[in-house]
Design a binder for this molecule. Sequence first.
Ligand code: FAD
Ligand code: SF4
Ligand code: SF4
Ligand code: SF4
Length: 383
Amino acid sequence: MAAIGDMFYTWAADADVLKKGECGGAITALQQYALKSGMVDAVLAVRKGADLYDAVPTVITNPAEIAETAGSLHCGTLLLSKLVKDYLDNNKTAKLGVTVKGCDTMGLIELAKRNAVDMDRLLLLGVNCGGSVSPVLARKMIREKFEVDPDQVHKEEIDKGQFIIEYEGGHKGIKIDDLEDEGYGRRSNCRRCLYKVPRQADLACGNWGVIGEKAGNATFVEVCSGKGAKLLDAAAKAGAVATEPANPKGIEIRGKVEGAMLNLGNKWRKKNFEALASDLWGTIARETGRCIKCYSCIENCPVCFPVAGELKGNSRMVVSGEVPPNPMFHLRRFAHISDSCINCGQCEELCPMDIPLALFSHAVRTEGDTAFEPKLGKAPYTN
Ligand code: FAD
Ligand code: SF4
Ligand code: SF4
Ligand code: SF4
């Protein structure tokens, strides 16, 4: 019987899923089993759209279709928490299995704190996450730094500190540190992210720590909840996945890699926040002076939904039709989101004027976390 804190190497029993999966297809096989066995009524996962820069969230109710979502897409910068909320709102008693990154999990926890989602109806299969790359920057980086036509690339991965591409005629890898020194690489919010192993999910799955003959063909699964233990046990018993205890050396390596990633995240926080603090209000005024008031930052924030209407019309401090808006437009948004900003980067990513919005709200929220409870992304939530 698996228990919270147990660690396994896990892989799909089905040969096709094993092959299609990023690291042995454990997540795909577990999602398939959860759906087939009735543990969930639907699965929300991500599949490749037009190309590998196009990550498309998909709700699936037919277990046979889940294999289409196997594989990791690092150049699709999407957030799933609002989609989960919409699904639960529209399917009143249904249970949903979701593959989540750390930021997706955090978004859900923040929504749960606002009584906007019921965590009991969710089965969360978490993926470790070293970071994701904006699709636009990924194409530019592949063209300029890798000197490869981005449309010729059929596979990308992040492994051992490198961004690696496979394309017709070869493969190339470049160190992420070198890419980031030159303004490429992971999104700036991902560099500051400290949610590398999503232990708030039911299972935390990743490739860190898988060594020996299983490297590349199995996923390292950490059991994080009773629900996660139940799923893993039942799927193994039914023959959907195979498991073996994680190699102790692999556990040690995984711990070291996670520690190194957290140090790196803290280094980026220090660098970004100190630069901002030297002229906080000047920077905010200068940057938001480009705002065209398109509301994308509000509409795409995974945890901010009630304020959108309020900021759209005339209100006490915001004048309808004024572009760029009065700085109060932004200050009200920051004030509204500062208790829940999970640094997911969506507002910044989808701002047509490239305003570093996530940096501003993340800096405020991080400062708040030093003084107030509950800490960001942590229970208690009330439902
Ligand atoms: P599969 O059976 O192939 O299933 C993969 C699941 O991930 C599917 O459900 C798919 O829909 C979903 N998915 C794909 N792309 C996304 C996305 N962008 N957002 C949400 N869900 C998605 N592991 C590490 O140990 N270290 C890392 O640094 C690391 N970084 C990652 C970064 C990203 C953006 C992603 C998506 C995964 C990362 N992983 C990392 C996890 C690793 O790549 C594998 O997903 C994990 O080991 C499970 O492998 P699998 O074969 O069981 O997954
Ligand atoms: Fe991954 Fe964190 Fe970036 Fe989300 S914010 S994509 S969890 S690194
Ligand atoms: Fe302004 Fe950018 Fe927000 Fe649009 S997304 S309202 S341009 S800050
Ligand atoms: Fe994500 Fe921006 Fe909303 Fe923060 S304010 S949660 S970074 S979209």
